[in-house]
Design a protein around this ligand. Structure first.
Ligand code: G1P
Ligand code: ZN
Length: 544
């Protein structure tokens, strides 16, 4: 086995987005494309020699091939030990668990999260640092800088490692350990939640649930936890076998892409509880019988009920939410007397707050919630958190959310996505709104008056780093908001996200349909941004 050096040239499109580098599979399959990015990761890490890395992915098409390449490159770049997920599988939260538990130097996660997979789908790669969380911007920028000047990469000439069995191997001088990450993940969950109580609810009550893994990475974890440990009946986990193309589906747990689960929960004989997770297992959708829990509300309800949950009884240090996430959790934080931090979109911005013990729970409106147990969002953790609350309170999901609204008021909230629109039109839309920064302030639209309009920027309270240009906020005098930003995870054209929020303290008006309640704001958004004209779409692709 010898180390060979391959000459290469930079690709000009390897800038990591909201969550790592995501491109079509065929882009990654170009000669040197993956290798250039991986070598750029290694080049940007100081003191990597002899250290431990974690490696795995969401099992999508090209996962296995990429793992073999990365293993050989790691061996050639002096990595001491690599912990690889069995069959190459590591959910994103499990990767975070593995990095933390083994005090690894970092990890490489292969995933395009909720984007479709298969040969015509997407692939992705991201680097996580030693706290188990996504690399902060200074690291991703260093990686990007290396991709622009790379001239060569190192790779070990050797055969492939067998990923299908747990075991230890040598690749050159590097140790490779193939590990089943379900075991440490389950152990961590047991330490945080009252498994006996949940088990009792599942076995002795008439409580029924359905967990849809959407043929993505959480299948093995969900089966081990719900059907194995917690005794839920076989078949509770549906679509539980990870497939390279996610069965042709779009592994995104929302009302559109997890429609078959939504149909089950809104049918006559619906179970009490339904949940789904995404391609790499970090997102979650929570449903009750005939009831959808908006992710922003989910974070607020979890925060308000955390004292009922085993691992969080001691109280919360603080909470954090991304800027577009509704202010529902802010109201709970105020009542609890804890800080609520507002960060840019993307989990990487929570890392410092969690490390500094400023926040215990974090969440995003995009179906992401998690806590300081790891440094990623965690789909199954959120499902267990809800089950623990349900087991303690003995009420339905709907009752719990509605009594929450009664107490705190309801933040009506919706996100309208216009996926894969022409980049030019999307940029023009943003420019058009930007051009109104001076004129909109104080302007009246029906019942609403614009208090201010700005482009969100964030100063990290821990390291002082500043992140600008994180989305246009149009905030009205009653604190209602319209937020406009372009996605940083899409791979085709541009994806426009329009976030809408208004607050309703009056209980008699809280049962309105969300789109109806936000109707006037939706019209104002169109008036200000000319969404139909610039996107050439009459309706959003996904409404949450
Ligand atoms: C989207 C979500 C964001 C999430 C990210 C990764 O990013 O909006 O909250 O952290 O996916 O799952 P976006 O495409 O909006 O940049
Ligand atoms: Zn994901």
């Amino acid at each position: 086995m010898s180390i060979i050096t391959i000459k290469t040239q930079p690709f000009n499109d390897q800038k990591p987005g909201t969550s790592g580098l995501r491109k079509g599979v065929t882009v990654f399959q170009q000669p040197h494309y993956l290798e250039n990015f991986v070598q750029s990761i290694f080049n940007s890490l100081e003191g990597l020699t002899g250290k431990t890395l974690v490696l795995g992915g969401d099992g999508r098409y090209y996962n296995r091939e990429a793992i073999q390449i990365i293993l050989k490159m790691a061996a050639a770049n002096g990595v001491g030990r690599i912990l690889v997920g069995l069959k190459g599988i590591l959910s994103t939260p499990a990767a975070s668990v593995m990095i933390r538990k083994n005090q690894a130097y970092g990890g490489i996660i292969l995933s395009a999260s909720h984007n479709p997979g298969g040969i015509n789908g997407d692939f992705g790669i991201k680097y996580n640092i030693s706290n188990g969380g996504p690399a902060p911007e200074k690291v991703t920028e260093a990686i990007f800088a290396h991709t622009k000047s790379i001239t060569q990469y190192q790779i070990l000439e050797s055969g492939d490692i067998n990923l299908d069995h747990v075991g230890s191997f040598k690749l050159g001088t590097m140790d490779v350990e193939v590990m089943d990450s379900v075991i440490p993940y389950l152990e961590l969950m047991e330490s945080l939640f009252d498994f006996d109580l949940i088990k009792n609810m599942l076995l002795n009550g008439d409580f029924t649930m359905c967990m849809d893994s959407l043929h993505a990475v959480t299948g093995p974890y969900a089966k081990a936890i719900f059907e194995g440990k917690l005794g839920a009946k076989t078949g509770t986990v549906i679509n539980g076998v990870p497939l390279e193309d996610f069965g042709g589906g779009h592994p995104d747990p929302n009302l559109v892409y997890a429609k078959s689960l939504v149909d089950v929960l809104f049918s006559d004989n619906a179970p009490d509880f339904g949940a789904a997770s995404d391609g790499d297992g970090d997102r979650n959708m929570i449903l009750g019988r005939n009831f959808f829990v908006n992710p922003s509300d989910s974070l607020a309800v979890m925060t308000a009920n955390a004292h009922l949950v085993k691992g969080y009884k001691e109280g919360l240090k603080g909470v954090a939410r991304s800027m577009p996430t509704s202010g529902a959790v802010d109201r709970v934080a105020t009542k609890l007397g804890i800080n609520c931090y507002e960060t840019p979109t993307g989990w990487k911005f929570f890392g410092n707050l969690l490390d500094a013990d400023k926040a215990t729970l974090c969440g995003e409106e995009s179906f992401g919630t998690s806590s300081n147990h790891i440094r990623e969002k965690d789909g199954l953790w959120a499902v267990l958190f809800w089950l623990n609350i349900l087991a303690v309170r003995g009420e339905s999901v709907e009752q719990i959310v509605k009594s929450h609204w009664q107490e705190y008021g309801r933040n009506f909230y919706s996100r309208h996505d216009y996926e894969e629109v022409a980049t030019e039109g999307a940029n023009e839309l943003v420019n058009h709104v930007n051009s109104q920064f001076e004129t909109l302030k104080g302007k009246q639209f029906g019942n609403y008056t614009v208090a201010y309009i700005d482009n969100f920027s964030y100063t990290d309270p821990v390291d002082g780093s500043i992140t600008t240009n994180q989305g246009i906020r149009i905030v009205f005098t009653d604190n209602s908001r319209i937020i406009i930003r372009l996605s940083g995870t899409g791979t085709k054209g541009a994806t426009l996200r329009v976030y809408l929020e208004s607050y309703e303290p009056d209980v008699s008006k809280q049962n309105l349909d969300t789109q109806e309640a936000l109707g006037e704001l939706i019209t104002i958004a169109e008036e200000i941004a000319h969404i139909k004209k610039f996107t050439r779409r009459d309706v959003p692709t996904v409404i949450t």
